[in-house]
Design a binder for this molecule. Structure first.
Ligand code: C2E
Ligand code: MG
Ligand code: MG
Ligand code: MG
Length: 280
């Protein structure tokens, strides 16, 4: 049984990558069903501030329903949604689940900034700011309680349009983050131009830090660059104490990673926050 579980996953990954017709169709059908029946799960992963030693926000990460026969990794889930024209629907499902969760946390006495990932495909969607605002109104949550994480590579497709869109989202009150920074070859001029609130260093560089001097230097450069622009820096994918120490010495502002917490269900977060102490 364990073998079956282990094999299931790489098989799906390989088939989806190589564009096997049936597998693609099966994935699409399964995703349509999951969206129709509103079965997506959400997990939340804390971002910890190194100066105040507190949880300052969480990132919402979507999960395929655990009870479902297929075991689809989140990357495949997102790829499928983008390929099949379902990403807008998926994003709205995610957004509404996040807002419902915020209402539940609020009722339990906890206020928490939640970062939501936005797919590159949505940046060309004219109605995006309007659709997001409408959902906020329905749930009675202010835009300032939401951050939007946008991957660096998504931003450089159509700079003029992207700049306008970011300003529109910023004016509405959303926090904005550039995700997976360091992988998208954006020029420094854009950083100055975009109304963003933080940079998130891609976890590839964070993992590389333990072995590679070059990766360490890249991380150090990104932190310096961000600080020159007055932007705080988040490191994602921190798994080891020595990586945390190195990042702290480099002046990194916030940390996210398995070292502190894996993504967890919304109900688990309140207790986790109460029990969290960064004791160093
Ligand atoms: P991302 O936004 O860069 O998210 C970070 C990924 O790193 C997440 O993978 C997270 O679970 C994982 N991670 C966090 N800490 C660690 C660590 O210490 N070690 C390791 N090895 N991994 C860590 P996940 O949840 O599988 O998500 C993958 C990607 O899928 C995300 O990358 C994001 O681009 C996308 N995604 C996730 N949820 C959504 C969503 O609701 N909407 C959209 N459009 N994209 C999403
Ligand atoms: Mg992200
Ligand atoms: Mg990221
Ligand atoms: Mg990443």
């Amino acid at each position: 049984q364990q073998k079956a579980r282990r094999d299931n996953h790489p098989f799906l990954l390989a088939e989806a990558r190589h564009g096997h017709g049936n597998m693609q169709a099966d994935l699409q059908t399964a995703l349509e069903q999951v969206l129709d029946s509103n079965q997506l799960n959400m997990c939340y992963q804390p971002k910890v501030d190194l100066r105040s030693r507190r949880v300052v926000s969480v990132e919402a990460l979507v999960r395929w329903p655990t009870e479902h026969a297929l075991a689809v990794a989140t990357n495949i889930l997102i790829d499928t949604a983008e390929r099949c024209g379902l990403i807008e629907m998926l994003t709205m499902r995610v957004f509404n689940q996040v807002l419902a969760q915020q209402v539940a946390w609020k009722n339990a006495g906890m206020e928490m900034l939640v970062w939501v990932n936005l797919s590159a495909h949505l940046l060309s969607h004219e109605q995006l700011p309007k659709i997001l605002s409408r959902a906020l109104d329905i749930w009675g949550i202010p835009a300032a309680a939401i951050g939007l994480e946008i991957t660096e590579s998504a931003l450089i497709n159509d700079i003029e349009h992207t700049t306008d869109l970011l300003f529109e989202l910023k004016d509405l009150g959303f926090h904005l983050s550039i995700d997976d920074f360091g992988t998208g070859y954006s020029s420094l001029a854009y950083l100055r131009r975009f109304p963003i609130d933080e940079l998130k260093i891609d976890r590839m560089f964070i993992h590389g830090m333990t072995e590679s001097i070059q990766d360490k230097q890249i991380v150090q450069s990104i932190i310096g660059l961000a600080h020159n622009f007055g932007l705080p820096v988040v490191a994602e994918g921190v798994e080891q104490e020595n990586t945390l120490d190195a990042l702290e010495q480099m002046g990194c502002d916030q940390i996210q990673g398995y070292l502190f917490a894996k993504p967890m269900p919304g109900e688990a977060l309140i207790d986790w926050c109460h029990n969290f102490h960064l004791t160093r």
